[in-house]
Design a protein around this ligand. Structure first.
Ligand SMILES: Nc1nc2c(ncn2[C@@H]2O[C@H](COP(=O)(O)OP(=O)(O)OP(=O)(O)O)[C@@H](O)[C@H]2O)c(=O)[nH]1
Ligand SMILES: [Mg+2]
Length: 468
């Protein structure tokens, strides 16, 4: 069914004039109805009577009466006319601001459909903006992220991408690629004009340089993914060491139950917070130990699953009590993963020696905190931020690739360019390099949308909400 929906979305006639409610359904102060397509102005005149005649001056808010399908006045509102191509979609557009009752918006949409408009599908306004060259595909994807942003950092990142940042970064690479392809094709065309060794070296150098640019973008995805999707952090350890207390301290509120008895947390407790504008999905887990209790066993199983799913771990130990075998067992489970050791209960006398702690940490950083009093929590937060964004710089520096789809195409393009450089260096026929270069060019085109399929567009735009 999804496949049919997608297909029809893209196949839908782009000549249609479409309309939709762009604000959330339900009661609100104001509701906005959008209309886009070549007959927008004609339909708008049938459902809206401007107070000032003839009205609908471009880009000017006009007060007037809103009519239903029968011609009865149902509201007083504003209409804004954006003539093509200077509109969001690049088409003729009219936006109505109404009083925010769902009944009024529905009646206006009915009236517009009666005139000949049709309801827009998800993301159809932005799809048209893409088709009409108002935004490239990477920019269009960012529109959905902008609408869905949960932190300001996410919004800022999406806004930069919306303006075509990735396309601009890729332009010199594409230009270099096209130029190299032309040179090689010329050589192939006129067989007697083999590319001499000197210029082969120059071409290889340019390719390597282009690859460097692509690799930097590919590498930015590690941070970009975290900014867009957030970071999952699991708090683990043996029972009673203060995991739930630390979880609450990081969250800044008492979400998880804390009690004196070991085995208090029996199920995963998940909550999201934000550290430096990055959504952090925190998981409090049941203390890991061998238990006969079947419910506790299930809890421990979930703790282990949470370990596997987490981007990083906070291994909590009770520094007021000597290290136990259970501590060691949990540490061994986390070997090879990313994380830190949290020596909790720093307000009490310590029982862990320095050397012993270092051996236990086995390369992980160690933080002394008191989850009870909140001491050391800020330092831990600072480390987390560095872990998420890398020490090099903030998330606001440089171009950030946040979408897996884009990262995959970048990776493919980089591989193709490297293969082509290798072929040229290895003295192989130009045809080999050309084969990889053309595919590399296609991959780059897929990112910004010069190369696309209907299925791809369907998949991207069906994730949008209606009205955007
Ligand atoms: N003095 C002191 N006590 C703490 C600190 N952190 C936690 N506690 C106490 O340690 C006990 C256990 O705390 P929890 O946060 O429930 O420990 P847990 O690791 O979640 O325990 P389980 O859910 O049973 O695995 C409680 O009595 C807490 O008040 C701390 O920093 N200092
Ligand atoms: Mg607990």
């Amino acid at each position: 069914m999804a496949a049919r929906g997608r297909r029809s979305l893209v196949m839908e006639n782009l000549k249609d004039t479409i309309c939709a409610l762009s604000t959330p359904p339900g009661h609100s102060g104001i509701a906005v109805v959008r209309l886009s397509g070549e007959r927008s102005l004609e339909f708008a005149r049938q459902v809206f009577v401007p107070r000032r005649r003839p009205g609908f001056e471009p880009r000017r808010a006009e007060l007037g009466r809103v009519l239903d399908a029968g011609g009865a006045a149902i509201d007083e509102g504003l209409a804004l006319y954006f003539p093509a191509p200077h509109s969001y979609t690049g088409e003729e557009m009219v936006e109505f601001s109404l009083h925010g009752s769902p009944v009024i918006a529905a009646a206006l949409l009915d009236a517009l459909c009666q005139e000949g408009a049709r309801p827009a599908g998800p993301g159809e306004f932005t799809l048209r903006a893409f088709i009409n060259g108002k935004v490239d595909l990477a920019g269009a994807e960012a529109v959905a992220d902008l609408v869905g942003a949960q932190t300001l950092l996410q919004a800022q990142t999406a806004l930069r991408q919306r303006s075509g940042e990735i396309g601009r970064e890729l332009r010199p690479v594409r230009e270099a690629l096209v130029d190299i392809i032309v040179q090689l094709e010329t050589a192939v065309e006129f067989v007697e004009e083999d590319v001499p060794a000197v210029s082969r070296r120059a071409l290889t150098l340019r390719l390597r340089e282009a690859c460097g640019r692509l690799r930097r973008l590919v590498d930015s995805y590690r941070r970009g993914r975290i900014v867009r999707e957030g970071f999952t952090l699991a708090v683990v350890g043996r029972p009673n060491v203060g995991k739930s207390s630390l979880f609450n301290a990081l969250l800044g509120r008492d979400r998880s139950i804390v009690a004196r008895l070991p085995g208090t947390t029996r199920d995963l407790v998940s909550e999201s917070t934000s550290i430096g504008g990055i959504p952090v999905h925190l998981q409090d887990t049941a203390g890991i130990r061998n238990s006969e209790d079947p419910v506790e066993q299930l809890g421990v199983e979930r703790s282990c699953a949470a370990i596997a799913d987490a981007d990083a771990l906070l291994l909590v130990v009770d520094r007021a009590r000597a290290r136990t075998e259970e501590d060691e067992e949990v540490r061994a489970r986390l070997e090879g993963l990313e994380g830190a050791v949290v020596l909790n209960k720093a307000d009490l006398a310590g029982a862990w020696g320095e050397e012993e702690t270092a051996r236990f940490a086995h390369g992980w950083p160690v933080f002394e905190v008191s989850a009870l009093r909140g001491d050391g929590i800020d330092r831990l937060r600072g480390w987390l931020l560095e872990l998420m964004l890398g020490s090099g710089g903030g998330a606001t520096e440089g171009v950030l690739v946040t979408q897996w789809r884009q990262q995959r195409h970048l990776e493919e393009a980089a591989k193709r360019l490297e293969a082509a450089a290798g072929a040229l260096e290895g003295g192989m026929s130009e045809e080999f390099a050309l084969y990889d270069l053309r595919r590399g060019l296609d991959s780059l085109g897929a990112i910004t949308g010069e190369v696309h399929t209907e299925d791809l567009l369907g998949e991207i735009f069906s994730r949008f909400c209606i009205g955007k």
